[in-house]
Design a protein around this ligand. Structure first.
Ligand code: G3H
Ligand code: 13P
Ligand code: ZN
Length: 330
């Protein structure tokens, strides 16, 4: 089956009451590791590429590597999503490339650093929605700002989402999914102790717009064992805490349907490569340590698919094409 519009994957997750991981990808091994986990657990999956990933892969490589995943896994619904699009132009470029979903992060200006006001966010998001829906492409918006700065994305300031504004935003823009700021942040250094997330925001939005797919960014758990492996084999990462699986499960119960994960994949890869090269100082065939990295991504993602209850849901529904979705929006 071709790439699936993200709206369908999330709408099915709403019906089934589960969450779908959206995993950031930049290279073949990450994609293969995620797809091995998806295929083994029979999980629908969202592969997402940031602007950094588009630049790193020169765009065409990401498109065709994901196409390879589609052809290699005919029974698994896969969406290709632009993560943190910073402008109408970036979203348009991703749509032109064949992405079936885009995020316009209108919570920040085009520099991806300066917070916008509500009206500015509505304006750019609505423009992207009007354009994307003509092609059947789904749109994720963001209201409120996350803490933390990951490779230039983020203002470093936190502004939790106001639920009443969120409801207004969804109605004014027509987004298919909305990212809420509930206290998480991007990157490895999220919390010093077990976090208290603003879970009530999820319920407040769900109460007003039941079934609206909501998105949680900054959802990596930063497992201590991955930090330990990295540090044991020559790394130097500080003590930190991520979002525990139990908090993610709680968020899913309340209405989070898309769970963004990048950092845990990075940690898994780094730990595996450090360990392999330490244990095998004479190795120089990249397939050996990239192969270990791929397996580490597979293990990390498989655990998430099981934890988010995504496992077992592939093959449950007939997948829509962009053409079908185009008609739906008309
Ligand atoms: O939200 C940010 C993601 O972790 C993407 O990071 O821009 O380094 O690819 P990146
Ligand atoms: P993490 O840094 O927690 O993996 O979050 C990734 C993310 O939100 C990508 O949009
Ligand atoms: Zn994010």
């Amino acid at each position: 089956m071709p790439l699936v519009p993200m709206k369908q994957i999330l709408d099915e997750a709403v019906k089934g009451g589960y969450g779908v991981g959206a995993y950031n990808v930049n290279n073949m091994e990450q994609i293969q590791g995620i797809m091995k986990a998806a295929s083994e657990t029979r999980s629908p999956v969202i592969l997402q590429a940031s602007r950094g990933a588009l630049a790193y892969t020169n765009m065409y490589y990401i498109k065709y590597m994901v196409q390879a995943a589609v052809e290699d896994n005919p029974g698994i619904p896969i969406s290709l999503h632009l993560d943190h699009g910073n402008s109408f132009e970036t979203c348009k470029q991703a749509i032109g490339l064949g992405f079936t979903s885009v995020m316009i992060d209108g919570s920040l200006k085009e520099d991806a650093k300066t917070p916008t006001n509500f009206e500015e966010n509505v304006e750019v998001t609505k423009k992207v929605v009007d354009y994307a829906h003509k092609f059947g492409v789904s749109v994720e918006g963001e209201l409120g700002t996350l803490g933390g700065i990951e490779d230039g994305v983020g203002s470093g300031k936190v502004k939790l989402t106001d639920p009443d504004e969120a409801v207004k935003f969804i109605k004014l823009t027509g987004v298919d999914a909305l990212a809420l700021a509930i206290g998480t942040s991007h990157g490895a250094y999220k919390f010093k102790a077990k976090p208290e997330l603003a879970m009530d925001i999820i319920n407040a939005v769900q109460a007003k717009i039941p079934g609206m797919p909501l998105v949680m960014h900054g959802s990596s758990s930063v497992p201590p064992e991955l930090i330990e492996i990295i540090n044991k084999y020559g790394g130097n990462l500080k003590k930190t805490m991520g979002v525990p699986m139990e908090s993610i499960k709680e968020a899913i119960k309340r209405g989070i349907r898309k769970i963004n994960v990048d950092t845990d994949g990075r940690l898994a890869i780094t730990g595996a490569i450090r360990k392999y090269l330490y244990d095998n100082p004479s190795a120089f065939d990249p397939r050996t340590y990239f192969g270990e990295a791929r397996e580490a991504v597979y293990r990390t993602v498989k655990e998430k698919m099981e934890g988010f209850s995504t496992a077992g849901h592939a093959g449950e529904y007939e997948c829509m094409t962009l053409e079908d979705m185009k008609k739906y929006y008309e």
